[in-house]
Design a binder for this molecule. Structure first.
Ligand code: ATP
Ligand code: MG
Ligand code: MG
Length: 310
């Protein structure tokens, strides 16, 4: 049983607009726009489904604008087990400048109540019995506490699932206490967690080694164009992707998490797995949308990525 359950507690409709350069306090004319269902766990599900994994999605979805999500799941063969809640799923506006820089305007959406939470928990328990990997990705919906997330991670682990978590702030801090198999903070998220700035790779590694003491199997620190650092079984691997022509960095982290999960599923060795996740995520920044690269492109970037042991 190698199916993946990807949980998005706070999905979003992404309205992405491209322009030359964002001018704050001025009229900005968008040259190209696109509206699509997203949220970190939805993006992870999409990449995994395209890679060929059997994927189920759950979490909360606003009743009033669920159809775009339903179309996506149907077209990708993704099993939709989202709990419908009253209200609308939020919209996130992403302004992508010509240099690839992204500014986010995240609007509020639905809130979940105690009954929604109880329905989700029941659903999670059921789904965990039929899935071997569970990914929790993104922020918490209004009404979901960090402690609640930690409990759900414990629930999934108690069902024998391997749990991967990509979140930030108080949710990440709480999630760590539940000891998931994998976390993937970026440097900002790590600094927020430790309430401290890290000015060297050595300082970053020390912080991750402290986290590893809490019994988290895979700690990945992603560093944008500088690749990533992965601590596993007291071994450090460092990945450096080639220089990419950046179109949009939206979804790079999600593609990394999905591809890392695929590597676990396929039982890649550690070097292969990091090489694959790095090449896939590097290619994700070279395209506007979340999706699979052409096979020859992937092959080229896999070759150009370097993995070193530290
Ligand atoms: P997100 O905003 O999607 O959550 P993140 O900040 O969590 O992203 P990043 O560290 O920015 O994650 O990116 C994840 C991975 O994507 C990196 O480790 C790297 O492999 C790849 N990546 C990101 N940006 C670039 C880039 N400019 N060039 C090449 N690869 C990149
Ligand atoms: Mg980033
Ligand atoms: Mg991220």
């Amino acid at each position: 049983n190698t199916s993946v359950l990807s949980i998005t507690l706070n999905p979003a409709l992404d309205l992405t607009g491209q322009l030359e350069q964002l001018k704050i306090g001025k009229v900005n004319s968008i040259t190209e726009a696109n509206l699509h269902p997203a949220g970190k766990g939805v993006n992870v599900a999409k990449v995994l489904a395209e890679l060929g994994a059997k994927v189920t999605v759950s979490g909360f979805l606003g009743l009033e604008n669920a159809s775009a999500f339903e179309h996506l799941f149907e077209s990708q063969g993704i099993n939709d087990e989202f709990i419908r809640v009253a209200g609308t799923t939020r919209t996130n506006v992403k302004i992508v400048e010509a240099n690839g820089e992204v500014s986010d305007l995240n609007f509020p959406g639905f809130s979940v109540d105690a009954a929604d939470i109880a329905s989700f928990e029941q659903k999670l328990l059921e789904l965990c019995q039929h899935h071997s990997y569970v990914v929790f990705a993104g922020s918490l919906a209004k009404g979901v506490s960090p402690e609640q997330l930690a409990d759900w991670i414990r629930l999934a682990k108690a069902q024998g699932c391997t749990v991967l978590v990509d979140t930030s702030g108080a949710a990440l801090a709480a999630a760590i206490k539940a000891q998931p198999s994998m976390i993937k903070p970026n440097q900002d998220e790590l600094e927020e967690l430790f309430q401290q700035q890290f000015s060297s790779v050595e300082a970053i590694k020390q912080a991750c080694e402290d986290l590893a003491k809490q019994d988290i199997q895979h700690i990945v620190l992603s560093r944008g164009e500088q690749g990533s650092l992965w601590l596993h079984q007291q071994q450090w691997l460092q990945a450096q992707p080639p220089k990419m022509k950046v179109v949009s960095t939206v979804g790079a982290g999600d593609t990394f998490v999905a591809s890392f999960c695929w590597g676990l599923l396929q039982q890649f060795n550690a070097t292969e797995q990091l090489n694959f996740a790095t090449a896939m995520s590097a290619l994700a920044v070279a395209q506007a949308n979340v999706g699979l690269p052409a096979a020859e492109e992937l092959e080229r970037v896999l070759q150009q990525t370097t993995i070193t042991q530290h």
